[in-house]
Design a binder for this molecule. Structure first.
Ligand code: FE2
Length: 268
C-alpha cells in the first residue's frame, strides 16, 4: 500500500479533532468554491445531503456531529482512520455501515489536487449521499460482498466502486449530474466531466465496468452513467461475482490512456 505523506489528526476521547485556524480556512476555501460550482452540476440528492448533514464553510466538520445526523438519516456513521487503509479494514467497516475517513486536510499547496483522500474528500465528497437510504443500502451491500470476496475479486470490485461511488454520473430531468465523490471534491474535474467533449459517457453495465482499466492521477477518459439510485441498489443484488468471472473471461478493454500507475484497486 502506498505511504501517505499526511498523518491523520488524532481525535480526543469524545471524537473531536483540534484543527488549526489555517486548516479550517483551507476547508472554508474548498467548501465555498465547490458549493458555487456544484449548484447546477451535482445531483439534487447530494445537495440535499449537504443541508441534511449541516455542513457549512465555518469549520472542518467534527465526526461526532456528522454521525449524529447520519445515524438518524440512514443508520451509517463515519469512522476515523489513520490514512490509507487496506481492503480488509475497508470492507469490514463498510459491512458495518461505517464509512472510513482520514482526519487530515490537504495543505494549501495541494488545494487543487492531491492523491490521498483527505477529510474534504471524505466528508464533503462522500457523506452527503450516504444520508440517502437507497444509496447507503447500496454501500452496505457492496461492503458485505467485498468482505467475503477473494483478493482478486476485491480488485475487480474496487473498479466498480471507482466508476460509481468515486466517478459516477447520473441522468436527471435537468440533464447529466454528478454523484461520484471523487468528482464532487475536485474543482477541475467537476467542470471537465460535464463540460468537456473529450470523455466518453455511457450507461453503467457491470461487466463492462469490470473490464475497464483506470488511472487515479488524471481526469477520467470515461464516465459511467446511472439512470437513478435504485438502479445502483439493484446492481448490488445481481450476481456480481459471476459477472466478475465473465469479465475476466472476456479480458480487459484496452486502456484509453497511457499507462503510468498500476491499477491496484486502491480506493480514493
Ligand atoms: Fe473516495
Amino acid at each position: 500500500m502506498k505511504k501517505s505523506k499526511y498523518v491523520s489528526k488524532k481525535p480526543d476521547p469524545e471524537g473531536f479533532v483540534a484543527y488549526t485556524a489555517d486548516e479550517n480556512a483551507v476547508w472554508a476555501e474548498l467548501f465555498n468554491r465547490q458549493m458555487k460550482l456544484l449548484e447546477n452540476r451535482a445531483c439534487k440528492e447530494y445537495l440535499d445531503g449537504i443541508k441534511a448533514l449541516g455542513l457549512t464553510a465555518d469549520h472542518i466538520p467534527q465526526i461526532p456531529e456528522v454521525n449524529e445526523r447520519l445515524r438518524a438519516l440512514s443508520g451509517w456513521e463515519v469512522s476515523p482512520v489513520p490514512a490509507l487503509i487496506g481492503f480488509q479494514e475497508f470492507f469490514e467497516l463498510m459491512s458495518n455501515k461505517k464509512f472510513p475517513a482520514a482526519t487530515f486536510i490537504r495543505s494549501r499547496e495541494e488545494i487543487d489536487y492531491l492523491q490521498e483522500p483527505d477529510i474534504f474528500h471524505e466528508i464533503f465528497g462522500h457523506c452527503p449521499l450516504i444520508t440517502l437510504p437507497v444509496y447507503a443500502d447500496f454501500m452496505y451491500e457492496y461492503g458485505k460482498l467485498g468482505l467475503n470476496a477473494s483478493h482478486k475479486d476485491r480488485v475487480m470490485l474496487a473498479r466498480l466502486y471507482w466508476f460509481t461511488v468515486e466517478f459516477g454520473l447520473i441522468q436527471t430531468h435537468d440533464g447529466l449530474r454528478i454523484y461520484g465523490g471523487g468528482i464532487l471534491s475536485s474543482y477541475g474535474e467537476s467542470q471537465y466531466c460535464l463540460d468537456s467533449d473529450k470523455p466518453i459517457r455511457k450507461l453503467l453495465e457491470p461487466v463492462d465496468a469490470f473490464r475497464t482499466p483506470y488511472r487515479i492521477d488524471i481526469y477520467q477518459p470515461l464516465y459511467f452513467v446511472i439512470k437513478d439510485f435504485s438502479a445502483l441498489f439493484k446492481l448490488s443484488k445481481l450476481d456480481l461475482l459471476a459477472m466478475i468471472n465473465e469479465a475476466r473471461a472476456l479480458g480487459m478493454h484496452p486502456p484509453l490512456f497511457e499507462p503510468k500507475i498500476p491499477d491496484d484497486g486502491r480506493f480514493l
